[in-house]
Design a protein around this ligand. Structure first.
Ligand SMILES: C[S@@+](CC[C@H](N)C(=O)[O-])C[C@H]1O[C@@H](n2cnc3c(N)ncnc32)[C@H](O)[C@@H]1O
Length: 400
């Protein structure tokens, strides 16, 4: 991660009056005409279907960054899940929608994006004076970094009160196809590779979030070879694997869905049951699929330290091994990298909600024989570690 300060931005605009994200040019460094600082008639959402037909344009919000989320979404999350003076993280901040809302609502904020142009755009959108009427409005600090959401190395463990973020949905909207940005998850073609990235992001989110607090992530799906690809549910699974508990699954109605770039003709026999699209040359296509009209906004909760999470097991990572699930206890040390149990008691409290943990091979000799009788172990040579897959099978060390 590399911090980009307001001074860096001011230097940048001495020589640049626009940035290009993918093939869209956006002016920066221009004087801003702000008509209103707060939305008119804003109300908090009360159901789990959210729909914002008009994208808000108060303060410096604008719709000219492809794939930005409506400021109403960020506002709902910030008001619902954080208090004034607390710190909100958006580690894939794009054009800075979340950070603008933090500035207006008196929250400290950290914005990260892999694309340096996005961070300059974010700083540009934050470059306005705001004098709140409320005398108790806290003075806030807003930091921005060029960095990878998979490695938030400058953010301390358990320092964030709320995560509100919005990744690319694999390569549906590429943010850096022309100017390659290494690590950009919108340039990834393989869904498996993208989900691996989401796993890393989930682990980092878990690390930096304070216990008991919330992590919100908006993700949409795609379609390949006429079939639905559930990117959102796989992302949800990655966050559950990291140890989060699912608090909400909110469906966000998508207003400006474009038709697919591919033209999938319907089966001629049922063509009249399909809908028809006409291209620029007036050619008719029969479409035998439904347009994707929603995204998922998942809200995850990180458990409190030493919280008994058994009541929430049906909102957590599922496992076919019920016996090992029953033994789950969540503690501060349950992170895979820190799992170095030295006796059977410690092992039980260190068991990850995912149902198994990795133990570095060099920690293995420290385990007393008694503990092995309760464990099912196998060696993962690639990762150079021992994996415990169940806490109830009798295996002795010589089996390894
Ligand atoms: C959907 S956009 C976010 C839009 C944002 N919510 C807004 O309102 O402007 C996703 C962002 O994720 C960024 N991104 C892609 N891969 C990343 C990574 N590995 N780490 C951090 N940011 C990444 C992209 O550059 C893009 O700006």
């Amino acid at each position: 991660m590399k911090e980009i300060t307001d001074e860096d931005y001011k230097e940048f605009i001495k020589t640049h009056n626009e940035i290009t994200i993918e093939n869209v040019k956006v002016k920066i460094g221009q004087p801003k005409k702000i008509v209103e600082y707060q939305p008119k008639n804003f109300e908090l959402e009360t159901t789990n279907i959210w729909s914002f037909p008009e994208r808000g344009t108060w303060a410096t919000h604008q719709g000219n960054f492809r794939g930005n989320w409506p400021p109403q979404m960020a506002r709902n999350l910030i008001l619902r899940y954080s208090k004034p003076g607390e710190t909100v993280l958006d580690q894939m901040c794009g054009s800075g929608t979340t950070l603008i809302e933090c500035k207006l609502l008196g929250r400290n904020a950290i914005g990260v994006d892999i694309n340096p142009d996005c961070i300059m755009l974010t700083r540009d959108r934050l470059n306005f004076n705001y004098t709140p009427l409320d005398p108790n409005h806290p003075n806030v600090t807003i930091k921005t970094y060029v960095g990878d959401a998979r490695n938030l190395n400058l953010i301390e463990d358990e320092s964030i009160h709320l995560i509100a973020t919005h990744p690319p949905y694999a390569n549906i909207i590429p943010y850096s196809k022309e100017n390659k940005v290494i690590g950009d998850l919108s340039a990834v073609h393989s869904i498996d590779e993208y989900i691996n990235g989401m796993r890393e992001i989930a682990k980092e989110s878990y690390r930096v979030l304070k216990p008991g607090r919330f992590c919100a992530i908006l993700v949409g799906d795609t379609r390949k070879h006429r079939h639905h690809v559930p990117i959102a549910f796989r992302t949800m699974q990655a966050f559950l694997e990291a140890g989060f508990i699912l608090r909400e699954d909110i469906v966000k109605y998508q207003w400006k869905t474009k038709t697919t770039r591919e033209k999938w003709g319907g089966l001629t026999k049922v063509a009249e049951e399909c809908w028809v699209d006409i291209d620029k040359t007036n050619k008719k296509y029969y479409m035998d699929f439904y347009l994707l009209y929603y995204e998922h906004l998942f809200i995850f909760r990180k458990p409190e330290d030493s919280e008994d999470i058994r009541p929430f097991k049906d909102s957590m990572m599922w496992s076919n091994n019920q016996q090992s699930n029953n033994r789950i206890r969540h503690t501060k040390n349950n992170r895979w990298s820190k799992a170095t149990p030295t006796n059977s008691e410690e092992f039980e409290t260190n068991l990850n909600p995912y149902g198994f943990i990795y133990i570095p091979k060099n920690a293995f000799p420290k385990l007393p024989f008694k503990a092995h009788e309760k464990l099912q172990l196998k060696i993962d040579k690639a990762k150079d570690c021992v994996i415990i897959t169940s806490a109830n099978c009798a295996h002795s060390r010589k089996d390894l």
